[in-house]
Design a protein around this ligand. Structure first.
Ligand code: NAD
Length: 264
């Protein structure tokens, strides 16, 4: 492993367990020398995150529920006190009522629309603002999105709308912070079997469709996503900002299923 992240300190938001995309990213960053802090949503998840953080040599854990802005402020205050500065953040947070991740998008309720937007989209803007205050030149921010932002994916519904807004936020934040040499990018991951992923109706069928029809004939793993995150969070990508980088085994370039499947 290289020491490409040696001397860099970053915050990982969104580890729920060892299947989380944020965990795949954290493992890769730590393997390349990064020092990590973790947030967790609620005490039950905290108990799972603590031993995982310890595996990567971190005892820096912070409770944070992005619906409660005081907890976001408290997390960044704690980082300022302990580290003084921050080199990168990973925002891998998303939520919507699973009862609305099926059927018609048109049936989305106002309450769930707002909640989904605040947790899955606006929280990135709120986190970015606080992180930027602690970043020196060369800082890097990363969030996670999905191709349901630009194309209709059955059952993804309001999450697709939130991801579209999140991707637009990436571009606006990249423009805001570019003059400070702080970069803002997103990874658009293919389907991964995680807690959040399981909330989407027919998730298994979608997963298997991607496996069969993506150019690489598989789905991207959390380690694949970790590798791309390493690039986007390190100085290797210092000329890159405002990008939505697909890590989906190529699925997004396809339109029809594979020829073998079409001819069936
Ligand atoms: P996950 O369930 O492992 O992680 C989701 C995280 O969001 C959890 O750690 C959860 O605690 C956190 N979260 C939810 N509400 C929160 C709140 N109010 N405050 C703080 N944290 C909160 O699932 P994942 O698939 O690793 O999801 C990470 C990100 O990746 C999400 O943004 C998701 O939309 C995105 N993504 C997932 C897939 C997939 O197929 N799994 C594909 C593309 C993008």
């Amino acid at each position: 492993m290289t020491g490409i992240m040696q001397g860099k300190r970053g915050l990982i938001m969104g580890v729920a367990n060892n299947h989380s995309i944020a965990w795949g990213i954290a493992k890769t960053l730590a393997a390349h020398g990064a020092e990590l802090a973790f947030t967790y949503q609620g005490e039950a998840l905290g108990k799972r995150v603590k031993p995982l953080a310890a595996e990567l040599g971190s005892d820096f854990l912070l409770p944070c529920d992005v619906e409660n802005i005081e907890t976001v402020d408290a997390a960044f205050d704690a980082i300022k006190e302990r580290w003084g500065k921050l080199d990168f953040i990973v925002h891998a947070i998303g939520f919507s009522d699973k009862n609305e991740l099926k059927g018609l998008y048109a049936n989305t309720t106002r309450d769930n629309f707002s909640r989904t937007m605040v947790i899955s989209c606006f929280s990135f803007t709120e986190v970015a603002k606080r992180a930027a205050d602690l970043m020196n030149e060369g800082g890097s921010m990363l969030t996670l999105t999905y191709g349901g932002s630009t194309r209709v994916i059955p059952n993804y519904n309001v999450m697709g709308v939130a991801k579209a807004a999140l991707e637009a936020s990436v571009r606006y934040l990249a423009a805001d912070y570019g003059p400070q040499d702080i970069r803002v990018n997103a990874i658009s991951a293919g389907p991964v079997r995680t807690l959040a992923g399981a909330g989407i109706s027919d998730a298994r069928a979608m997963y298997s469709w991607n496996q069969k029809n993506a150019p690489l004939r598989r789905t991207a793993t959390i380690e694949d996503i970790g590798g791309s995150a390493l690039y986007l969070l390190s100085d290797l990508s210092r000329g890159v900002t405002g990008e939505i980088h697909y890590v989906d085994a190529g699925y997004n370039i396809t339109s029809l299923p594979t020829l073998e499947r079409l001819r069936k």
